[in-house]
Design a protein around this ligand. Structure first.
Ligand code: BT5
Length: 260
């Protein structure tokens, strides 16, 4: 990634500082450190490669040099945003999804709650982490990883869900810096609507597997749940119609959604 190109394409965005690393452990860890040191809202950490990229629940996220986007925004949510904290991760997924569809013409969808799929393969993962000081919220780190070119895609045997990259579906090469800027533009454009009815409708309209049967793996030894995806409720839970005909809501947590 070219750092000066990166800085040029980010001009005009509400990003007060950009911290670029050719290699780092995890951009989320760095953004958290910056928040703890007083970094202002919108501070951005970008890395060309991560050696300790993290997924949810201690899972690993692979960021191969020269081929992906790995970045984290350090945010200081307003009081009203603090009431909608759970919507920051779908906000990130939605921003990536809309950028890919509207800006690049590829058929991206959101796999609830926040992964982005292209042709039913994962192209982007989101990891949002709140940073607390006792009971005081210091900030939120929104980490986004996008597979852009072929070397970024881990082989099927190494991932829980099949992966792809933007270039594979687009069919021609693309630059990473403008893609990053376009995602951030979407993110900041959507941010004022966080958790609103319009936001949830937009999210729901882009939901993968709507009307289809899926399996939800629940934490611990609970039986997996199967059912038809109906949509999203006001809290951002996934609504499913289970075989008995009842509707149930699945809360974001350690759940894994798979097509049947
Ligand atoms: C995620 O977790 O999908 C969240 C990934 C967030 C990554 C960003 S990159 C910038 C920032 N800094 C970080 O350290 N993290 C964030 P989860 O839903 O738990 O999925 C993790 C699983 O995805 C792994 O267990 C693998 O199976 C799979 N995986 C790993 N690397 C992948 C990749 N590059 N593409 C597709 N799937 C991948």
């Amino acid at each position: 990634m070219n750092e000066s190109t990166l800085r040029a394409v980010l001009s005009g965005l509400p990003v007060p500082a950009v911290h670029y690393f050719s290699e780092i452990g995890s951009t989320n860890d760095q953004a958290q450190t910056l928040l703890e040191q007083g970094a202002p809202d919108g501070t951005l950490v970008v890395a060309d490669a991560q050696t300790q990229g993290r997924g949810r629940l201690g899972r690993r996220w692979v960021t191969t040099p020269g081929s992906a986007l790995a970045f984290s925004l350090a945010l200081r949510p307003s009081l009203s945003e603090q009431e909608q904290l759970t919507f920051f991760s779908p906000l990130a997924g939605l921003a990536v999804c809309k950028t890919l569809v509207d800006g690049y013409g590829v058929p991206a969808e959101v796999k609830w709650p926040n992964d982005v799929l292209l042709n039913r393969r994962k192209v982007c993962g989101v990891l949002v982490e709140a940073v607390w000081s006792g009971s005081h919220l210091q900030g939120v780190v929104v980490g986004i990883g996008v597979n852009v070119t072929l070397p970024s895609v881990p082989p099927d045997g190494e991932v829980l869900f099949p992966a792809t990259c933007v270039e594979q579906v687009l069919g021609h090469p693309l630059e990473r810096e403008p893609l990053l800027a376009a995602i951030l533009r979407q993110f900041f454009a959507l941010r004022p609507s966080l958790g609103s009815v319009a936001f949830r409708q937009d999210w729901q309209a882009r939901l993968a597997f709507r009307g289809q049967e899926v399996r939800i793996d629940l934490p611990g030894s609970q039986q997996p749940l199967t059912g038809q995806v109906i949509g999203i409720d006001a809290q951002g839970n996934l609504r499913l119609r289970i075989p008995s005909g009842d509707e149930v809501s699945v809360t974001v947590g350690d759940v894994r959604l798979r097509p049947l």
